[in-house]
Ligand binder design. Structure first.
Ligand SMILES: Nc1ncnc2c1ncn2[C@@H]1O[C@H](COP(=O)(O)OP(=O)(O)OP(=O)(O)O)[C@@H](O)[C@H]1O
Ligand SMILES: [Mg+2]
Length: 286
């Protein structure tokens, strides 16, 4: 069995009266695509924010297999998360609008730099070496994600679908072990979503990067995920293969309101190919 890269144990977070995450536990294995699904407000992004140390949990902890062995992620300084090999994209794209694609990637790479301030100021041979390596890596990622055409274009002038890929590229430039993708397909059309599925599969298979993803589009989820965790109102509803989780009565109920509603939808049976619950989950995409 493959090694566990990240283990969340009994995670809880309270924001005032809202229990956003309530005793959530899961393991992410090395080399898999592990996906969190759930209706709006289920607590998915909050789990990401716990892993990237934007929040500290009110209860529970996260173990993570860093470059120097297992660490308690929940007690690490937030600025150390990138050097532990964790990178992320955001639900709302966060890029420097008035910089080129290449510059955005080089900025992303900066967290990886091993040189100090003085070495950078005096541009020592070590700093020069790091700069060359950063450029090399950025060019490699540009090639990998077929962004050559946009390399020198300002982000502000790019279509939304390309920006999503640039954000992915920026995260890859840090050479992560664990890549967190928060709704990679949101705002993308069908064709762009298909492309995104290919990128995610390539990231897993060719680069060997473990992916933890939040996603609403169930066809993308089924295509790329090894395992899925469904959440609702801060709690774990179900965990298993995409097929198992989609067939779980608790999951269907969370998406539809009640099991009775599913029965009525079944009678209407819309397009072939997808199950009722799949269609509804897809329809839930904001
Ligand atoms: N910083 C915060 N302060 C107060 N409440 C918050 C904060 N962040 C999240 N919440 C609340 O926690 C709950 C879970 O939010 P979260 O953003 O994790 O949901 P989500 O599953 O990512 O939803 P969506 O699919 O809409 O992105 C919601 O009720 C939200 O309003
Ligand atoms: Mg969210």
């Amino acid at each position: 069995m493959s090694e566990v890269l990240l283990s969340a144990k009994n995670l809880s977070v309270r924001f005032g009266g809202v229990l956003a995450v309530n005793h959530v536990s899961f393991d992410v294995k090395q080399g898999e695509v592990f996906t969190l699904i759930g209706p709006n407000g289920a607590g998915k992004t909050t789990v990401f924010n716990l892993i990237s140390r934007i929040y500290t949990p009110t209860g529970g902890e996260i173990d993570y297999l860093g470059p120097k062995g297992m660490v308690k992620l929940t007690t690490q300084p937030p600025q150390d998360v990138a050097s532990l090999g964790i990178a992320r994209t955001f639900q709302n794209i966060e890029l420097f609008e008035h910089a080129s694609v290449l510059h955005n990637l080089l900025i992303g790479r900066h967290t990886h730099r091993q040189t100090g301030l003085w070495q950078d100021i005096f541009f020592t041979s070590k700093a020069r070496e790091a700069e060359l390596l950063a450029r090399e890596k950025a060019e490699e990622v540009i090639d990998f994600l077929s962004l050559q055409h946009y390399r020198d274009t300002y982000v502000a002038g790019l279509p939304y679908g390309v920006r999503k890929v640039v954000e992915l590229a920026r995260a890859l430039c840090t050479e992560p072990k664990l890549l967190l993708l928060d709704e990679p397909s949101s705002g993308l059309n069908v064709e762009e979503t298909d492309d995104m599925a290919f990128w995610i599969q390539d990231i897993k298979n060719e680069l060997g990067i473990t992916v933890l993803m939040v996603e609403h589009d169930m066809s993308l989820v089924s295509k790329v995920s090894d395992r899925v965790l469904a959440m609702n109102q801060g709690e774990v509803l179900a965990m298993g293969t995409p097929r198992e989780v989609q067939a779980d009565p608790g999951v269907i109920e969370a998406y539809l309101g009640s099991i009775d509603d599913v029965t009525s939808l079944r009678r209407e049976a819309a397009s072939p190919g997808a199950s009722d619950s799949e269609q509804r989950m897809g329809a839930n995409t904001p």
